[in-house]
Design a protein around this ligand. Structure first.
Ligand SMILES: [Zn+2]
Length: 169
């Protein structure tokens, strides 16, 4: 193929001009909503009071706290997995049963971090939806999830009916 020479020349060209002065400005894609967002625009169920800023702040604080907890949990679990992997290198003399138990333990740990990550993603999504004013709208049917349910489960993304339907599947 003919392309090889061209590519290496290109690389050479690039290495001669290493940087462009480090002027890259991180693009902030999300527009700031300012006064337009906030508690008053969020959907509630019929008969429920609108969110007050204080109520929303409380739910947001709980999400923030859970996110911090989940991040810590994931970091801890990952360092344990790494430690165990390093450990395994030195244990070449283990018998089969022992090695099996270790594999099981590692898979168990990996499943835990996977679950924690999913949970973390849901919490972060809830915060994002607060920011864009769609917090409290069921992701399945589009009806309000209900303030009471969200105060009990701040990360809920489905209304009770849709949640139950999902669990029955
Ligand atoms: Zn629904």
């Amino acid at each position: 193929m003919a392309g090889t020479a061209g590519i290496s020349k290109d690389d050479e060209e690039r290495s001669r001009h290493p940087s462009h002065g480090g002027r890259s400005r991180p693009a902030r894609s999300r527009p700031s909503h300012g006064a337009k967002g906030g508690a008053a625009v969020l959907a509630v169920r019929e008969g429920e009071q609108r969110w007050s800023e204080a109520e929303l702040a409380e739910v947001r604080a709980r999400l923030d706290a859970e996110i911090a907890g989940l991040r810590a949990e994931i970091t801890k679990a990952e360092s344990e997995i790494t430690a165990r992997l390093t450990d395994a290198v030195g244990d070449a003399g283990d018998d089969q049963a022992d090695a099996g138990a270790k594999t099981y333990q590692r898979e168990h740990d990996l499943a835990l971090t996977h679950n924690a990550r999913e949970l973390l993603a849901r919490h972060e999504r809830a915060l994002a939806r607060m920011a864009d004013g769609t917090y409290g709208i069921c992701e399945s049917c589009g009806n309000p999830i209900g303030k009471a349910r969200l105060q009990a489960f701040p990360r809920a993304t489905l209304c009770v009916q849709c949640k139950q339907r999902e669990e029955r599947r």
